[in-house]
Design a protein around this ligand. Structure first.
Ligand code: ADP
Ligand code: TYD
Length: 220
C-alpha cells in the first residue's frame, strides 16, 4: 500500500553512502520551499523504536539470532509507522526517512543467510506500507566504507561486516531498484554533496508535483 495524502520518501544505500546527509539536505530544501516535512530515520524514529535501535546496533553482534533480528527491526518499524509516519502522512505532510523496509530486505534478508521470504512475509503482515519514492544513493562500496569508518561511535554492527557484504548489499539494492522502477530513483552518490543534493531535489520536486502536493504558501 502506498501512503495516503502526504508523500513518503525514503533514502537507501550502503553504509557511508551519504543517506543521512542527503535526507537532511532534502528536508531543509523542501521546508525552505514551504512544505511541511518530517525528517526521521530507521532503526528508530519514535521513542520505542529508538530503544530497539540500541538493542540491535550496540553490544555483541551475535547477541540475536538472524530470525530474532528480523523481528526486532520489524518491531521498531511497526512502532515508527504507528506513532510517527502514518499520522504525519494522514496530516498531508512529507515524511523523509533515512532507511526503511528495503534495508531489512537487504541486511536481514541476505547478510546472515537467505531469509528474504521471512522478511517479506513479516513486512506484509505487520507493516504493509511502502514509500512513494525511494532514493538509492549508489556508489562503490570501498568509498562508502571509507566514509563510514571516518565516523566515531559505537554503532558499528553492520559496517564491521566489511567490503564483501557491502558489495553484496550494493548489488542487492540495485536489483531491488530495477524490480521497482515506479518508486526507486538511483542517484550517483560518488559526486560532491552539493551536486548530489541538487540532483535529489530536482527529482523530488518532479514527484511532489505529480503527486499534486502543494507548498503551504501556495495554498489558498
Ligand atoms: P550514511 O547516512 O549513508 O551512512 P552520511 O551522510 O552519514 O552517510 O555520510 C558519511 C560520511 O561521508 C560523513 O562524514 C559525511 O560528511 C560524508 N559525506 C556525505 N556525503 C558525501 C559526499 N557526497 N562526498 C564526500 N563525503 C560525503
Ligand atoms: P544507519 O544509522 O543508517 O547507518 P549508516 O549511517 O552507517 O548507513 O543504520 C545503522 C545500521 O543498521 C546499518 O548498518 C544498516 C542497519 N540496518 C539493518 O540491518 N536493517 C534495517 O532494517 C535497518 C533500517 C538498518
Amino acid at each position: 500500500m502506498q501512503s495516503s495524502t502526504g508523500l513518503f520518501i525514503s533514502f537507501e544505500g550502503i553504509d557511508g553512502s551519504g543517506k543521512s546527509t542527503q535526507a537532511r539536505r532534502l528536508a531543509e530544501a523542501l521546508r525552505a520551499e514551504g512544505h511541511d516535512v518530517d525528517l526521521t530515520r530507521e532503526p528508530g524514529g519514535s521513542e520505542g523504536a529508538e530503544q530497539i535501535r540500541a538493542l540491535v546496533l550496540e553490544g555483541d553482534p551475535d547477541r540475536w539470532s538472524p530470525e530474532t533480528e528480523i523481528l526486532l527491526f520489524t518491531a521498531a518499524r511497526r512502532d515508527h509507522v504507528e506513532k510517527r509516519i502514518r499520522p504525519a502522512l494522514e496530516a498531508g505532510r512529507i515524511v523523509i526517512s533515512d532507511r526503511f523496509a528495503d534495508s531489512t530486505r537487504m541486511y536481514q534478508g541476505q547478510s546472515r543467510g537467505n531469509l528474504r521470504a521471512q522478511v517479506d512475509g513479516l513486512h506484509e503482515m505487520m507493516i504493509g506500507l511502502e514509500p512513494d519514492l525511494t532514493f538509492l544513493i549508489d556508489m562503490e562500496p570501498d568509498l562508502g566504507l571509507a566514509r563510514a569508518k571516518g565516523r566515531q561511535g559505537s554503532e558499528e554492527r553492520f559496517e564491521d561486516f566489511g567490503e564483501g557484504l557491502q558489495r553484496q548489499m550494493r548489488t542487492g539494492f540495485l536489483e531491488l531498484a530495477a524490480a521497482h522502477p515506479e518508486r526507486f530513483i538511483v542517484i550517483d552518490g560518488a559526486r560532491p554533496p552539493d551536486v548530489v543534493a541538487a540532483d535529489v531535489l530536482d527529482r523530488a520536486r518532479e514527484r511532489i508535483a505529480s503527486a499534486g502536493l502543494r507548498a503551504r504558501a501556495e495554498t489558498p
